[in-house]
Ligand binder design. Structure first.
Ligand code: NDP
Length: 475
């Protein structure tokens, strides 16, 4: 359990009256209520430029062999006009619209209509109906965890098609990549706009809605906390995991198939990208129940950031290494390939173990062993909107004693490994590590701000005990 509720009503009441006067900020943990100018400027920048950034990267591969500089040089020297580039860009096609509609509909069917059976025969796997964390309004949502099953069924069909049925070419994703981009954008904008309208007119839980009064901020960061349709269709769980993350490994497989088609072989760098990112994706689905307790699900509201980001940003920019390797097949020497594999696996180990340690600690309420010893921790408390007091613990043992976000450090090591598979000829494949560094550093700061407003002085005691964020002794 992430936190346990104080049961004694008399004490709760006593606490309510004092808290209202002294620690108002603690009642407001969760997404920001007030928008500062920097957040607003960043949001406007992202709303305007994020779709262009995605287009620029994909177009650079399609028209400029993945060079990010050449399109700029062409435009600045007048060698080409924007219209020349735009006119060469593939448009939306009926075929892509059909593929995308079928794809998303199939994932909806897998999510909503096929209850999980994997937990019945896979030892250690947690699936089926699971509870999320306590929301700021004190609600505990139930989720049908069946992402692993969706991933397995989708990939089994993919391989059955590639090796047996031959209904479509395994290069289908690569071959329709830009037309599919327009479809993904349509869905991303549609779902974010729908979520915004829904939050005004028929929110799933009105008490968990946050209105800042700033239209752009609300559109970007979301108003509703856990928008749902019906009892089980949860927007955050669906869009976070599928179609984006299920698609991730399929997209990489399609890139590998394209390499095979173009060059008659699949390079070891492409295999490394498929294997390392495949481990990350499988890890995500194996731990989907744990994911309910991560920031995306239990702190972020559902807006354009998650809706559009999951539909467009994630599948298009997280897969740039594989796309790059289609245009520039890199065959690594054994030493480099081994070094990159080791970096990726060690990064993954740190990422997984750090997350596992926190999960174990929280699930057992501290009654567990971390590195063979009883974990040390700091007791803390916080209040939900209705004034109910909750207790929680912040662990200071294991990787959580080394740094406050060592899981992010492992994630960054893995991210660097994916990029290194592409060699050093172009900067495009390194976008991922730059982006992840910015994302996770920003996330550290955002999370710590939220934890401080949630736990107050208890959080200060924790940061004094574990002074570094990502790299012990440095940051
Ligand atoms: P964390 O799993 O680090 O969760 C942070 C929360 O954990 C805090 O808000 C707090 O929540 C609790 N917490 C913090 N410190 C402690 C402690 N010492 N002991 C116990 N609980 C603590 O963050 P995320 O949800 O952001 O990340 C989960 C994973 O997902 C990470 O490994 C990250 O690398 C990965 N990730 C990957 C992304 C990608 O795009 N590839 C994007 C984002 C994340 P509480 O309020 O419960 O106390």
């Amino acid at each position: 359990m992430a936190a346990h509720q104080e049961k004694k009503p008399s004490e709760e009441r006593k606490h309510k009256s004092t808290q209202n006067d002294t620690r108002t900020s603690q009642v407001q943990w969760g997404r920001a209520w007030e928008v500062d100018w920097f957040s607003l400027a960043s949001i406007l920048f992202l709303l305007m430029f994020a779709p262009l950034i995605v287009y620029y990267f994909i177009m650079s591969c399609d028209q400029y062999q993945c060079s990010l500089i050449d399109p700029l040089v062409d435009l600045l020297t007048g060698n080409k006009h924007l219209s020349d580039i735009w006119n060469k860009t593939p448009t939306l096609t009926y075929r892509a619209a059909g593929i995308y509609t079928l794809w998303v509909s199939f994932q909806v069917v897998l999510y909503v209509f096929i209850p999980d059976f994997c937990h019945k025969f896979l030892p250690g796997y947690v699936g089926g109906v699971q509870e999320g964390a306590v929301t700021p309004a004190g609600v505990v949502n139930k989720y049908e965890i069946n992402g692993l099953q969706a991933w397995i069924i989708t990939h089994a069909l993919w391989f059955a098609n590639a090796y047996y049925f031959h209904w479509f070419s395994p290069t289908i994703i690569f071959d329709n990549w830009i037309p599919l981009l327009w479809c993904a954008n349509v869905l991303g904008y549609a779902v974010s706009t729908f979520a915004m309208i829904k939050s005004y007119f028929f929110p799933t839980n009105a008490k968990d809605c946050k209105f800042t009064g700033n239209f752009f901020y609300d559109y970007m960061m979301g108003i509703e906390f856990n928008p749902r349709i019906g009892k089980w269709f949860d927007f955050k769980l669906f869009f976070n995991g599928r179609p984006g993350i299920v698609a991730w490994t399929l997209i990489n497989l399609s890139y590998a198939a394209k390499q095979q088609e173009l060059y008659g072989q699949v390079t070891n760098s492409m295999i490394l990208v498929n294997v390392l990112q495949g481990i990350y994706v499988l890890d995500f689905f194996w731990n989907e129940a744990w994911y309910l307790k991560t920031i995306d699900i239990c702190h972020d509201h559902f807006g354009w950031y998650l809706g559009w980001g999951d539909c467009v940003w994630l599948p298009y920019l997280y897969t740039l290494q594989g796309l790059y390797l289609v245009y520039h097949p890199v065959q690594l020497c054994t030493a480099n390939a081994t070094g990159i594999l080791m970096l990726g696996l060690i990064g993954y180990y740190i990422f997984r173990m750090t997350n596992h340690q926190k999960d174990l600690f929280r699930r057992t309420n501290g009654n567990c062993k971390i590195w063979g010893k009883k974990p040390e921790y700091i007791e803390c408390s916080y209040m939900s909107v209705d004034g109910t007091k909750y207790y929680s613990k912040l662990m200071t043992s294991g990787f959580w004693g080394w740094a406050r976000h060592f899981n992010y450090t492992g994630d960054l090591m893995g991210s660097l490994a994916y990029c290194l598979t592409c060699g050093f000829e172009h900067i495009l494949p390194y976008f991922y590590i730059v982006y992840m560094t910015i994302l996770l550093t920003h996330r550290c700061i955002r999370d710590e701000h939220r934890c401080f407003s949630k736990y107050g002085k208890d959080w200060k005691r924790y940061t004094a005990a574990v002074p570094y964020r990502l790299i012990p002794g440095i940051f």
